[in-house]
Design a binder for this molecule. Structure first.
Ligand SMILES: Nc1ncnc2c1ncn2[C@@H]1O[C@H](COP(=O)(O)OP(=O)(O)OP(=O)(O)O)[C@@H](O)[C@H]1O
Ligand SMILES: [Mg+2]
Length: 160
């Protein structure tokens, strides 16, 4: 039986932590779809098109990984794309409570979709898109935390 996973998130922008999770997932699942939520209520720094474009370029070396945008419920997106697993990353205990709520809500909304968690390598456990954005916009060096393409785009956002 084929196993296909959706990896949903805002990816504003994609970080080395996300990349680590996707790379691991690509060895476990037949197909991994990185599902980028439009999430207008989060007022992202990068537009949906920019977030998709960056993720596609950063993940282009992984042949069984696709990147697509979506809006609406993640379980609806997963079901309509033939994805039976929703993949999430757990960095620390602080992620657990929200992720646990989300996984239970997903199960109530759709009994046939399972949530699966992966943890990143230790050096990525403190990376979040929020922190990367904040550091980059204040002029800090984020080259250890994101792909060079992403670092370059963050630099452009800083200089209007
Ligand atoms: N460094 C990381 N290691 C492991 N999982 C991660 C990492 N960063 C994000 N994730 C996971 O990836 C999924 C999508 O995350 P999301 O797009 O919200 O990124 P984020 O870094 O948490 O961004 P934000 O700070 O904007 O919330 C979530 O399950 C999140 O826990
Ligand atoms: Mg988050």
């Amino acid at each position: 039986m084929k196993r296909n996973a959706a990896y949903p998130g805002t990816f504003d922008p994609i970080t080395n932590g996300h990349h680590d999770i996707v790379r691991r997932a690509a060895t476990i699942f037949d197909r991994v779809v990185v599902a980028i939520a439009a999430n207008p209520n989060k007022t992202p720094l990068f537009s949906l098109t920019e977030r998709i474009d960056l993720a596609r370029r950063v993940l282009s070396d992984l042949p069984n990984v696709e990147v697509t945008g979506y809006s609406g419920l993640t379980v609806d997106f997963a079901r309509s794309n033939g994805l039976d697993v929703v993949l999430r990353g757990l960095r620390a205990v602080s992620d657990f409570e929200f992720e646990f709520q989300l996984a239970n809500m997903s199960r109530h909304l759709s009994r046939d979709i399972e949530t699966v968690f992966l943890t990143p390598q230790e050096q990525f456990t403190f990376i979040s898109s929020t922190l990367v954005r904040e550091v980059a916009l204040l002029g800090g060096d984020v080259s250890q935390f994101v792909h060079p393409l992403v670092a370059a785009e963050l630099k452009k956002k800083r200089t209007p």
